[in-house]
Design a protein around this ligand. Structure first.
Ligand SMILES: *Cc1c(COP(=O)(O)O)cnc(C)c1O
Length: 376
């Protein structure tokens, strides 16, 4: 085993910033005797709404649950079709399966890895009910085009905002465009809990009411059940932790963007290496730093031999997963998603990564491509 000198992910920066506050917040919950849907949950829901400029936030058990509850709130079920990117984390597809609707995949743009709005309309049928754009890697989807297609065809929009908290498209936060939207506070997400958590965001009071009841056995008043719900309440302890961490989200987002600029500056101009675009538009909050090269596996192995860990988001697209065998897709059906799965590499990227680590990481990448050229 090679010794890892630069990890893919580290939470050390977080610990330094607010570990004591988190320990105190958790102790307060323990002493409060209020362990489910208490004050911490209400405060967090309000803070998240204020921060991301939406009217309602409903805290739930996970990002996947948030997606499922969003679909349920819109009464999407077995008769319906839902448009979803062919390139996404499988959770987006699983949510559609969970409500029994038909998955209709649409290819991404190779440049952004996000759903290509130009390919959506040809997939719309009489049964299409919704589009789920996924803001992957921290990068906003093209919401203007997507919202106008949805309006024209009277479709719902559900944003999967798990990876892009605080990203702004044309001065508006992601997670506030769709009818009802989902986000995740899985520990590695830009706003992460210390365990599982997720939320729904919406400006529609009826949808917010439905989701609030649905996550809580379908009840608003204890033992009065209006609908058949589930148990997917955000944990009070996670809400307390998120109440501490949310205060630092803007600072951490700025830090992420600044790290991305430093890596980008060092790597720009290398042949056969495609970098995420750096703009001043706040439309990318860099959940991960995704690069693309046809020498992906060689580069990952080389970096590992130097003690530098990387990751792949994602090595197998959903349509080729065993879980989706029943859909009958084969290699070649979604060539852009498949190409991204073969060429994408996520570099070590976390708040608190040092300038020295960035220098070592980028120097090794530069060296790898230099040697490659020599050996050609
Ligand atoms: C993480 C993630 C989810 C699921 O969130 P969980 O909290 O892990 O259930 C859904 N969609 C995307 C794009 C994600 O990255």
């Amino acid at each position: 085993m090679d010794e890892i000198v630069i990890p893919f992910q580290s939470f050390k920066y977080h610990s330094d910033l607010y570990e004591t506050d988190i320990i105190n917040a958790v102790s307060d919950v323990i002493r409060s005797n209020q362990y489910v849907l208490g004050e911490e949950t209400r405060n967090f829901e309000n803070s998240y709404s204020n921060l991301t400029e939406v009217k309602y936030t409903v805290g739930v058990g996970s990002g996947l649950d948030a997606l499922v509850i969003a679909l349920k709130s819109l009464k999407i079920g077995p008769e319906d079709e839902v448009i979803v990117p062919s390139n996404t984390y499988i959770a987006t597809w699983l949510a559609i399966s969970a409500v029994g609707a038909k998955i209709v995949p649409v290819e991404p743009r190779e440049s952004s890895s996000n759903i290509n709005p130009e390919l959506i309309e040809e997939k719309i049928t009489r049964r299409t009910k919704a589009i789920i754009p996924v803001h992957l890697y921290g990068q906003c989807c093209e919401m203007e085009q997507i919202m106008s297609i949805a309006k024209k065809h009277e479709l719902y929009v559900i944003e999967d905002n798990a990876q892009s908290q605080l990203a702004k498209y044309k001065n508006q936060y992601t997670g506030s465009f769709g009818d009802i939207n989902a986000t995740s506070f899985y520990p590695t997400k830009n706003l992460g809990a210390i365990g599982e958590a997720g939320a729904i965001t919406t400006n529609n009071i009826e949808l917010a009411k439905f989701a609030t009841q649905y996550r809580n056995y379908g009840s608003e008043i204890k033992y009065h059940n209006n609908i058949k719900g589930v148990n997917s309440r955000i944990h009070e302890i996670q809400a307390a932790i998120l109440n501490v961490k949310i205060k630092y989200l803007k600072k951490i987002t700025t830090e992420r963007i600044s790290i991305a600029k430093k890596i980008h500056e060092r790597l720009v101009g290398i042949e056969d290496l495609s970098l995420p675009e750096i703009s001043n538009k706040e439309d990318n909050v860099f959940h991960i730093f995704n690069i693309k090269t046809s020498f992906r596996d060689e580069l990952a192995n080389y970096l590992l031999s130097k003690g530098i860990a990387t990751s792949i988001h994602y090595p197998i697209p959903p349509h080729l997963q065993k879980a989706y065998k029943e859909l009958g897709y084969k290699v070649g059906d979604f060539p852009i998603a498949e190409k991204l799965a073969k060429t994408s590499l996520s570099l070590p990227f976390f708040p608190g990564i040092t300038n020295d680590e960035i220098f070592v990481l980028t120097s090794e990448i530069i060296l790898f491509f230099k040697n490659l050229k020599k050996n050609k």
